[in-house]
Design a protein around this ligand. Structure first.
Ligand SMILES: [Zn+2]
Length: 383
């Protein structure tokens, strides 16, 4: 077992000498990663993901906790639908988890009564999201008023909707967490709001850090416009640069893992979203190798901050081990997500997940999963 070396949250294993005298490079140890934004399609679209395959992908990506979004079919917005998702998770999940409730036009009181059992409240404040769409700011206010002040509210609110969400949170004297920030104007507004003392936090998805609107012409995305569809859309280089320049404003990295099959992505009405659980860590480790990110920032944005912002319990005897120098090529064929593709197919990355230990048990080693369905725990369930 690697030694723990103090407060930095990760440590180096003592180098070992292999047969023949060559030296294994040190293995790096990080805490179990937390992904506060995944779509697991269960219930309603389990042909492309479910609690089993999605949490397998999580562990294979170094995530030992995932927080699942509520825009399933049916959406998770009351006690019956929350039980539907949590029953499925209890039987299938391989890593720890919690389920968000969706804010609908008429469920503010019901949702608030279920808050202790939920990861948080998710509000969709623009674009069309079916039953969970909130067109009227009076509907937003009902949720800001009812939802417990010490439980997280996460909003999908782009550009000017984001500014409105920050204002309403301030009026109701509460915090708000902005999902998947992608634009320069957004990250700079969050920075300015914080400088004025407003309680706003945010997350950024890997595809908004590693892909731009030019990426649609490259690799697996070339010639298939539907494959690049994602909300928020892939942004301009100037936006991506602004995110990298303001890493200190970004509280969390969140994959927004949103699996769809290639057949769906190539259809006449391509659904937005990319799978992301198994590619985030190698992309971040590659950025460390390039000097754009530090291991401390990975630990902070993928563990320390999401754990604090979402009030998550400690996972005892839980860690991941990465080989920071192992180079490899991303291939969908090696992945566990059911959707069967990745926008990063063929990307050469540097830094590989070797091992995951969850609550004292080895659950992943060198590409092989050994966690059984049903062994994951609901982090909002007492005991
Ligand atoms: Zn999402």
């Amino acid at each position: 077992m690697p030694r723990s070396l103090g407060a930095a949250g990760h440590s180096f294993q003592t180098p070992r000498v292999a047969q023949g005298g060559s030296l294994f490079l040190p293995m790096l140890r990080l805490p179990g990663l937390i992904d506060p934004h995944v779509h697991l399609r269960d219930p309603g679209a389990v042909h492309k993901e479910d609690w089993d395959s999605g949490t397998a992908a999580a562990l294979a990506g170094g995530f030992t906790t995932v927080l699942a979004m509520p825009n399933t079919r049916p959406p998770i917005f009351d006690e019956a639908t929350l039980n539907l998702s949590l029953d499925s998770a209890r039987q299938k999940a391989r890593c720890d988890y919690a389920q968000f409730l969706g804010a609908g036009p008429a469920n503010a009181a019901t949702a608030a009564s279920l808050a202790p059992r939920a990861a948080g409240l998710k509000m969709y404040l623009d674009a069309t999201f079916g039953d969970l769409r909130l067109d009227d700011m009076l509907l937003w206010q009902a949720h800001f008023r009812n939802w417990p002040a010490d439980m997280p509210i996460v909003v999908h609110a782009e550009s000017r909707s984001m500014a409105a969400a920050i204002l309403l949170a301030a009026i109701h004297d509460r915090s708000v967490h902005i999902a998947h920030v992608s634009l320069k104007e957004e990250i700079l507004l969050i920075k300015a709001a914080r400088e004025r003392g407003l309680r706003v936090t945010c997350e950024v998805a890997p595809h908004h850090l590693f892909l731009t609107d030019d990426s649609a012409g490259e690799g697996l995305l070339r010639g298939h416009p539907g494959r690049s569809e994602v909300r928020p859309r892939l942004a301009r280089r100037v936006d991506v640069a602004a995110l990298w320049e303001n890493l200190d404003v970004i509280d969390c990295f969140a994959t927004d893992h949103a699996p769809h099959t290639l057949e769906e992505k190539d259809s006449a009405e391509p659904p937005p979203g990319f799978p992301g659980l198994e590619t985030a860590l190698p992309l971040f480790l590659t950025a460390v190798h390039e000097g754009r990110l530090t291991m401390e920032q990975i630990t902070e944005k993928c563990h320390t901050n999401p754990r604090r912002l979402f009030n998550l319990p400690a996972q005892p005897e839980t860690w991941i081990e990465v080989d920071p120098d192992a180079g490899y090529e991303i291939r969908a064929a090696d992945q566990h997500t059911r959707c069967g593709w990745t926008p990063y197919e063929g990307w050469k990355v540097r830094g590989r997940l070797r091992r995951v230990v969850l609550r004292g048990r080895e659950v992943f080693k060198d590409g092989e999963l050994s966690a059984s369905p049903g062994t994951g725990r609901n982090v909002r369930s007492p005991g």
